[in-house]
Design a protein around this ligand. Structure first.
Ligand SMILES: CC(C)(COP(=O)(O)OP(=O)(O)OC[C@H]1O[C@@H](n2cnc3c(N)ncnc32)[C@H](O)[C@@H]1OP(=O)(O)O)[C@@H](O)C(=O)NCCC(=O)NCCS
Length: 147
């Protein structure tokens, strides 16, 4: 595990491309999901986790917030070497503050079954029954952003 500091940022276009690359490594390379799961990057607000190596910024985690009548966090992921040091928590906190800043009082995620304990420990509760997406069990979860 790499324990050097990582910072979280709302991404512009260049870092959005880096975010897509890390999402591809984790969701397609590691979890075996099809590329189609990555969707369109023109939509939503993207946040990334950046590890600085001298002047070079490496994107080592990413997530995006889709906004319509609801705020939905999607594709939260962290490169395996950078897990377990709060990067995923920082990405989720950033999605939550972006949602709140845009006037949403709650946020939803469709969590991979493996990540349900991660979200539950961060104040999310399950909503409805599990659903299968690309052959993997997912659970819709929701968290209030008020108080
Ligand atoms: C889930 C994920 C984003 C967490 O990132 P992270 O940087 O390790 O998260 P943090 O260091 O902030 O927190 C680690 C916590 O999550 C738990 N955790 C980490 N990875 C997990 C996983 N794959 N499944 C379940 N729990 C996990 C740890 O046990 C730890 O628990 P605690 O702090 O609540 O006691 C990361 O493991 C990941 O990218 N997983 C693969 C992609 C995925 O499943 N994403 C969720 C899609 S909805």
């Amino acid at each position: 595990m790499d324990t050097r500091p990582v910072r979280i940022r709302v991404a512009g276009p260049r870092l959005t491309r880096g975010g897509r690359a890390v999402r591809q490594r984790v969701f397609c390379g590691e979890l075996g999901l099809p590329d189609a799961v990555l969707g369109w990057d023109e939509d939503g607000v993207h946040v990334v986790a950046i590890f600085d190596e001298g002047p070079t910024e490496h994107v080592v985690g990413a997530a995006r917030l889709m906004l319509d009548d609801r705020a939905t966090g999607e594709q939260v992921c962290v490169d395996a070497h950078f897990r377990g040091q709060g990067v995923g928590t920082g990405l989720v906190a950033s999605l939550e503050s972006e949602a709140l800043r845009r006037g949403h009082l709650e946020i939803e995620v469709l969590a991979d079954a493996l990540a349900v304990p991660f979200y539950r420990a961060r104040g999310y509760r399950t909503v409805g029954d599990p659903e299968t997406v690309h052959g993997r069990s997912h659970q819709r979860m929701r968290r209030s952003l008020c108080g």
